[in-house]
Design a protein around this ligand. Structure first.
Ligand code: TXA
Ligand code: MG
Length: 368
């Protein structure tokens, strides 16, 4: 099977194609679609066979639960056992948007969708195409990122086609996504809400409306043997580029990641970091290797040799998040031996950026 690719924009929806996509989902098939974070691989969340198909298409372990996407507020109540007060506050403030909440599930949600857990992850995306497709499918669409397990999440329909073009029925191409990193996951079942995966709804934004918020220690660094992250997906080896990737980072920022504390970098730290990235890259270039460098718009001119690619503007965290996964895919295609990357302030969206980058580097950090 080769997936049918249909193109549309949020301002110019192809409702006929969306109806067909909805029918495919209702019949237990799979449709990939854009969201504001990354592309999702959708299946009917209430159909256990559809969830099994999602795991198979992605090559993903079936104990790694899926996020259930809704497109209307009143679709929440039927799939959860209760809605804690803090969840109501978050939904009111940040839905629709890049926020996933972990809630106790109701019997309507099959164990296959939640990887055997009694809780369910729920998200109400803001993307118009996603919303219309979810409604056309009956209201509940399970959707992990639409990549093959182990590859970077897809931020364009072309990425989806590369990975899953042969495995699913339809891909809706809505152009490049806006945010570029997956949604923030918050567990609101305990007294103190806990972030299980940082994203565009930042720690700062959550504390703003909830007061105290913790971060699951399992996501802060290399996982110690026996530690179980609350989001089962975080335990799997995430995407690692084919090349040996080293992040260069100021020591205090690297240290702060162990506690989840927010820290910005000074200009002096940035300068020292750029100098070190170049020194390390140059040593390998002189030794005859093909070397990739992840720089920023601001630092590009400091790197005279190597496969130099800007990940975005340091002054715009949004631009860095937006380009991150596409750049990692590009380096795989370039077949470099080593990659040296600058790192970023660990505050606001920077926490999500550094979470993904440090995982991609297998926590190989060169401290300056
Ligand atoms: O932005 C996103 O969230 C994207 C788009 C498509 O919406 N989806 C996404 O799904 O990133 P996925 O499957 O790639 O990541 C879902 C994460 C996994 O780490 C999974 O373990 C965790 O959410 N998760 C799902 N259900 C959970 C639950 N009941 N308890 C704890 N973690 C859960
Ligand atoms: Mg994923």
């Amino acid at each position: 099977m080769r997936a049918e690719v249909v193109s549309m924009t949020a301002d110019n929806l192809d409702m006929e194609a969306i109806r067909r996509g909805g029918d495919i989902l209702k019949q237990g098939g799979l449709v990939a679609f854009p969201t504001e974070t990354v592309y999702g691989l959708g299946g009917d969340a209430l159909n256990p066979q559809a969830s099994m198909k999602i795991y198979a298409a992605k090559g993903r372990p079936s104990d790694n639960p899926l996020i259930v996407h809704i497109a209307e507020f009143d679709k929440l109540a039927p799939i959860v056992a209760e809605v804690p007060e803090k969840a109501k506050i978050l939904a009111e403030k940040y839905w629709p948007g890049p926020l996933t909440m972990i809630l106790p599930k109701s019997d309507l949600v099959p164990q296959e969708t939640t990887g055997g857990l009694d809780s369910v992850a729920v998200r109400f995306p803001s993307d118009r195409i996603a919303q219309e497709l979810i409604k056309a499918a009956g209201g509940y669409v399970a959707a992990p990122s639409a990549n093959t397990s182990g590859r970077p999440s897809p931020t364009t329909a072309q990425h989806v086609e590369e990975d899953l073009g042969e495995a699913i029925e339809m891909i809706i191409d809505g152009g490049p996504v806006g945010i570029g990193v997956e949604s923030t996951i918050v567990d609101v079942s305990g007294d103190v809400p806990a972030v299980l995966r940082p994203g565009a709804i930042t720690m700062e934004m959550l504390k703003d409306v909830l007061g105290e918020v913790t971060i699951d220690p399992a996501i802060l660094g290399p996982m110690a043997a026996g530690v179980r992250p609350k989001a089962p997906g975080m335990k799997y080896k995430h995407y690692a580029p084919k090349a040996d990737l080293t992040l260069v980072e100021p020591a205090n920022v690297a240290e702060a990641r162990k506690t989840g504390e927010a820290v910005a970098m000074t200009q002096e730290q940035v300068n020292a970091m750029v100098e070190t990235v170049w020194k390390l890259a140059k040593e390998k270039i002189d030794a005859g290797y093909k070397v990739g460098i992840i720089c920023t718009d601001e630092s590009r001119s400091h790197y005279p040799e190597g496969e130099v690619r800007s990940i975005g503007a340091r002054k715009s965290q949004a631009s860095v998040a937006h380009n991150l996964y596409a750049l990692l895919r590009e380096f795989d295609d370039l077949k470099v031996d080593y990659i040296y990357s600058e790192s970023f302030s660990q505050d606001h969206l920077g926490q999500a950026i550094m979470n993904r980058l440090s995982k991609a580097a297998g926590y190989q950090i060169y401290k300056v």
